[in-house]
Design a protein around this ligand. Structure first.
Ligand SMILES: [Zn+2]
Length: 276
């Protein structure tokens, strides 16, 4: 029970009254409440200036580090967009044991800090990277931008392909599928193209093991994308099983490059959309 309570704490919206942000509880917040709560949670930067002033961006650092310690919790079925899926998975790791959860967490923190410095309000879907925590589930992460009417949501992952020579990043956008993501498909494809350009500008190659070979993928099976009402992509920043890419991911310089690429993608996308 103690561990479960600890997990709920990380789902609390900063500034709220301690309501866990599972799907049922989230409905208790009106959009304005939620947006206000996000702003209260990040007061370090003057939001009135900077190229991303007025923008609200959700950064989802993927799997929680402790997911593997909570099999019952993460295997629970949750809504995923017309079907159910397990709450979460454990993620992958490099051959040296550096977990995807930690990589995504470290890159996401860099991304969030940079976005905030540029004036954006940033909401993270998890606030710790710990072995005694799990989740949030894919449905909560999928909806994370909705009530706060985020400009965009980026979900950060890395892949674990054992295919020989598999390397490179790819950006996954939601399918054109009514009634779930037909409304965000086009905008998400634009976001995906912007993020791809941002990562390519940092010297990262597009994936050589994903169909199409252009660094873009479209999927309808991901709750993290299907439940979003705002433009969203999931990035697989590289293949952790590639020794070459593992060296980049485990270095501070490499993570900073990934973060710069993601921030550039977010900026290029928002530059073409008026502040609402
Ligand atoms: Zn993942």
């Amino acid at each position: 029970m103690r561990r479960r309570l600890a997990a709920v704490v990380l789902l609390v919206v900063p500034g709220s009254v301690g309501v866990g942000v599972h799907a049922s509880a989230r409905a208790d917040h009106g959009p304005l409440d939620a947006r206000h709560a996000v702003r209260q949670g990040s007061t370090a930067v003057d939001k009135s200036t900077g190229p991303l002033a007025g923008r609200v961006i959700v950064v989802d650092p993927g799997h929680q580090l402790g997911n593997h310690n909570f099999p019952a919790e993460i295997n629970r079925l949750v809504p995923a967009g017309g079907f159910t899926k397990p709450c979460n998975t454990t993620g992958t790791a490099t051959d040296g044991g550096y977990p995807e959860a930690t990589f995504a967490w470290q890159v996401s923190r860099l991304v969030a800090a940079r976005l905030r410095a540029l004036g954006a309000t940033v909401r993270m879907t998890r606030h710790a990277n710990r072995q005694d925590r799990w989740g949030p589930c894919v449905d909560a992460r999928g909806r994370a931008g909705n009530a706060i009417r985020a400009d965009l949501k980026i979900s950060v992952h890395a892949d674990g392909s054992y295919a020989a020579g598999a390397r490179g990043f790819h950006v996954i956008a939601p399918a054109d599928r009514a009634p779930w993501t037909d409304d965000i498909h086009d905008s998400s494809m634009r976001l995906a193209a912007s993020v791809r350009a941002g990562l390519e500008a940092q010297g990262f190659p597009v994936a050589n093991y994903v169909a199409g070979g252009d660094g873009l993928d479209v999927r309808s099976d991901l709750g993290t994308l299907n439940l979003s009402d705002v433009p969203t992509v999931m990035v697989e920043l590289g293949n952790m099983r590639s020794a070459t890419e593992a060296r980049v991911m485990t270095s501070a310089d490499g993570r900073a490059r990934y973060a710069r690429g993601l921030v550039a993608g977010a900026r290029a996308f928002t530059d073409r959309v008026p502040v609402s």
